[in-house]
Write a protein of this length. Structure first.
Length: 159
């Protein structure tokens, strides 16, 4: 018989990659469910939510709120405008500035849209002790910074 040996410690980077893959897969599955139920993509719902929370807003403001690039937000707003969920108009003070606002149909779409995360996630998250919720939020935020496509993100995350 071979002598028993202690289990090799699992490399934390392997655990992290597996966990990130599971999160990405869960988001992808939920995104497809939402698209099937609403006819809207996850980015479209996120942009709608940003417009609702900010009011009559510029693309740059939506971009910051939704954590998407400005060109992506413009493309999403194009699709939402074509569906009649938002309307865009030029500023009366500066014609270069374009604002967006929800239409009645946009308000209705948001009021009937399902939660962006899997059912029960927020309830389970809220049931955690405050310290655990904060720790998880901080860890995910740090991961997002580490995964950002700029070199600056890595240096700011390691401070």
């Amino acid at each position: 018989m071979a002598p028993e040996r202690a289990a090799d410690p699992i490399d934390p980077s392997v655990t992290l990659l597996r966990s990130l893959r599971r999160v990405a897969q869960a988001i992808d599955v939920r995104s497809r469910e939402i698209a099937r139920l609403t006819g809207l993509t996850l980015p479209q719902l996120i942009v709608l939510q940003a417009v609702r929370s900010l009011g009559e807003v510029t693309t740059v403001q939506v971009s910051r709120e939704a954590a998407m690039s400005a060109p992506t937000v413009v493309a999403v707003l194009d699709k939402l405008e074509a569906k009649g969920l938002v309307e865009r108009y030029r500023s009366t003070r500066d014609r270069r500035i374009v604002h967006a606002r929800l239409t009645g149909a946009g308000e209705e779409a948001l009021s009937t849209a399902p939660d962006l995360l899997q059912p029960g996630f927020m309830a389970a998250f809220r049931a955690l002790p405050e310290e655990d919720r904060q720790s998880l939020a901080d860890a995910i935020s740090r991961i997002a910074v580490l995964m950002a496509p700029t070199g600056e993100a890595v240096s700011s995350a390691t401070r």
